[in-house]
Design a protein around this ligand. Structure first.
Ligand SMILES: [Zn+2]
Length: 91
């Protein structure tokens, strides 16, 4: 029998594990209007995601500093396991 839950638990706590591993993961956001890209640290996006208890079908969104348009993640997997891709909204 193989273990089922080998996967990393989705972190609900804000505390970071302090084991010397410095993960600098970022989520790349792309403006839907002017295509500007911005890299946002994953933990920032996560925090937004956790705080925002709204519609799970939309990712945490940021507004573009250039044009004020909505930015969408190039790829982001949400805290509830939902995946968001820029391809979903842009053809
Ligand atoms: Zn823009």
């Amino acid at each position: 029998m193989s273990p089922v839950s080998k996967k990393r638990r989705v972190a609900k706590k804000k505390k970071k594990p302090h084991n010397g591993l410095r993960s600098q993961e970022i989520v790349k956001y792309i403006c839907l209007q002017c295509s500007m890209t911005e890299e946002i640290p994953l933990n920032v996006v996560r925090n937004f995601d956790v705080m925002d208890d709204g519609d799970p079908t939309v990712p945490p969104q940021f507004s573009c500093e250039e044009c004020g348009g909505g930015m969408y993640p190039e790829y982001y997997k949400g805290v509830h396991g939902d995946e968001y891709k820029i391809g979903d909204v842009r053809k």
